[in-house]
Design a protein around this ligand. Structure first.
Ligand code: HEM
Length: 187
C-alpha cells in the first residue's frame, strides 16, 4: 500500500513481520534446545509448524506482497536474477526478488519437513498428534537421523538466506532488515 505523496511504500504487512521475527525466534529456540530441553524444543517446534501453516494460508489470501503469486517465479527467473547480480545489473524488486523468493520456498519446505519429521519421531515414543499413525511403527533411529538432517539443512538455508539479504541490501543500497521491521521500503 503506497502512502499518498510519500517517499516510502508499505511492503510488509504487520502479520508478515510478526510471522518473520517469531519464526526467527522459535526456529533458533528449537534448534538450540534439542539436547537438554526437549519440552521447550518440541513446543517451539509446534509453534514453528503453526507459523508455517499461517504463512501458507497468508500466501493465498494475504496482502499484495505477501501473496505467492507476487513472488514465486520458478528456477529460470531465479537463475537469471543471480546472473544479473554477478554482472552488476540486478533489477530492484519492491517485494521479494526471484532468488530470494526461491530461497523462501526452500525454507518453507525444509521447515515443514523438519516439523513433520519431529512430530513423527515423537510418535515412535507413543507421544504427540501422530502417535496413532503409521509413523509409530517406524524406526526411531532412522527418524532421528532424518529429523537432524532436515534441521541442519534448514540451518544451511537460513545462513544462505541471511547472506542473500545482506547482499541484496548492499547491491541496492537499502536496509532490507529494517524494511522487515518497519514494513516500509523506498519507492
Ligand atoms: C536474524 C536473521 C534473519 C534476518 C536478518 C532475516 C531477514 C529477512 C529479510 C530482510 C527478509 C525480507 C527479504 C526481502 O526483502 O525480500 C526475510 C524474509 C524471510 N525470512 Fe528471514 N531473516 C532472518 C532469519 C530467518 C530465519 C531463521 C528464517 C527461518 C527459519 C527466515 C525465514 C524467512 C522467510 C520465510 C521470509 C519470507 C517472509 C515472507 O514473505 O513471509 N528468516 N528475512
Amino acid at each position: 500500500m503506497a502512502k499518498p505523496g510519500g517517499n516510502t511504500i508499505k511492503v510488509w504487512d504487520p502479520l508478515i513481520r510478526i510471522f518473520h521475527w517469531s519464526l526467527v525466534f522459535f526456529f533458533f529456540l528449537s534448534y538450540f534446545t534439542e539436547d537438554d530441553w526437549i519440552t521447550v524444543h518440541s513446543y517451539a517446534g509446534y509453534i514453528v509448524g503453526i507459523l508455517i501453516a499461517f504463512r501458507l494460508i497468508w500466501g493465498l489470501i494475504g496482502t499484495r506482497y505477501a501473496r505467492f503469486t507476487d513472488f514465486i517465479t520458478g528456477p529460470r527467473k531465479a537463475i537469471e536474477y543471480v546472473k544479473q547480480v554477478l554482472t552488476g545489473k540486478a533489477k530492484r524488486y519492491i517485494g521479494h526478488n526471484p532468488a530470494g523468493a526461491a530461497m523462501i520456498v526452500l525454507l518453507l519446505v525444509s521447515l515443514s519437513l523438519t516439523v513433520v519429521s519431529g512430530i513423527a519421531l515423537f510418535a515412535t515414543d507413543g507421544q504427540g498428534p501422530l502417535a496413532d499413525s503409521f509413523f509409530a511403527t517406524w524406526s526411531d533411529e532412522l527418524l532421528e537421523e532424518i529429523h537432524e538432517l532436515l534441521a541442519n539443512l534448514t540451518l544451511l538455508l537460513v545462513i544462505g538466506h541471511i547472506a542473500g539479504v545482506l547482499l541484496g541490501s548492499l547491491i541496492h543500497r537499502e536496509n532490507l532488515i529494517r524494511a522487515m521491521i518497519t514494513g516500509e521500503k523506498k519507492r
